[in-house]
Structures are given as structure tokens and as C-alpha cells.
Design a protein around this ligand. Structure first.
Ligand SMILES: [Fe+2]
Length: 160
């Protein structure tokens, strides 16, 4: 059912986004909030400095979040288990950051930023990334954690 009287967020954080790794989920909630705030600001004919500010905030938070995930990857040896998935995941993070940096560079040149296109990119990227790439990583982390907690070392090395 459509909500009336309230504005639909550009991106709704629903149960489907939960990866099961708490620190990742908490950061994803913040990232989704930031994207929604960005969507609101961009829809209201913002000044260049408002756009600059929100883009900077998004970029800083995204980089902080990517660092958290990449640290977890190293901690759990993700690349040792699945080098291709780990490399692809890190590459996705880099591409996202590069896309947002490109917006900053456009702002530096005082070019108009297509707010709708930016919101579409952010919301689609975040949705796809969480549902696909991050869930793969989370499943790997959760499997490592349950192995760590549930089994004595050097036992139960049977593949899942
Ligand atoms: Fe990620």
C-alpha cells in the first residue's frame, strides 16, 4: 500500500538488506540514511555548496564503511578462500568512490550536477551491492564465526 502524506524514501532499508553481520548492517543503515538525505536535498534545488557538502559526507562515510568491510575481509582471509570474489568486491568499492569523486570534480569545475541521475546511481548501487556482493561476504564471515565458535580447532574441515 502507498503511504500518503509522507515522502517515500529514495531507498528503503528493509529486512532483505540484513546481512547478519551487525557492524556491517549498522553501517549500511547509516549509508542508506545518507543516500536518502542526499535525495531529499537534491530534490530541493540545492546550492552548489549544499551539493558539495552532501557529496563529501557520502564519500567520507562510504570510504569509512568500505574500510570496515575490507578489514573484515583481511581478518577472515576472504581472498585466501575466494580471491576472485574478494578482488571483485574491492573493485566495486573503488568504482563507487571514483564515481563520487567524479561528481566532486564536476563541482570543482562548477558544472551542473544531474541530481536525479546521481540519486538513481546511489540508490541502485547501494541496493545491488548490499543484496549481492555484501551478502556473499557476510555469509563467508558468518560461516567463519560459527566455525570458530562451534567447533574445536583443526576439526570439522568438511566443506559446507
Ligand atoms: Fe561492500
Amino acid at each position: 500500500m502507498m503511504k500518503t502524506g509522507t515522502r517515500q524514501p529514495a531507498l528503503a532499508f528493509d529486512a532483505g538488506f540484513i546481512t547478519g553481520v551487525d557492524e556491517i548492517d549498522d553501517q549500511h543503515r547509516n549509508l542508506v540514511s545518507l543516500a536518502n538525505e542526499a535525495a531529499l536535498v537534491l530534490a530541493r534545488d540545492p546550492t552548489e555548496s549544499q551539493v558539495r557538502h552532501l557529496v563529501q559526507e557520502l564519500l567520507s562515510y562510504a570510504i569509512y564503511h568500505f574500510r570496515t568491510e575490507e578489514t573484515l575481509m583481511r581478518e577472515y582471509g576472504y581472498s585466501d578462500t575466494d580471491a576472485e570474489a574478494a578482488a571483485r568486491h574491492i573493485d566495486r568499492h573503488r568504482r563507487f568512490a571514483a564515481r563520487v569523486v567524479a561528481v566532486q570534480e564536476a563541482l570543482d569545475r562548477h558544472e551542473a550536477v544531474d541530481g536525479a541521475a546521481l540519486v538513481a546511481y546511489l540508490t541502485e548501487w547501494i541496493r545491488e551491492h548490499i543484496l549481492g556482493t555484501d551478502k556473499l561476504l557476510a555469509a563467508f564471515i558468518l560461516a567463519c564465526r560459527s566455525e570458530r565458535d562451534g567447533e574445536p580447532p583443526n576439526e570439522g574441515v568438511t566443506p559446507a
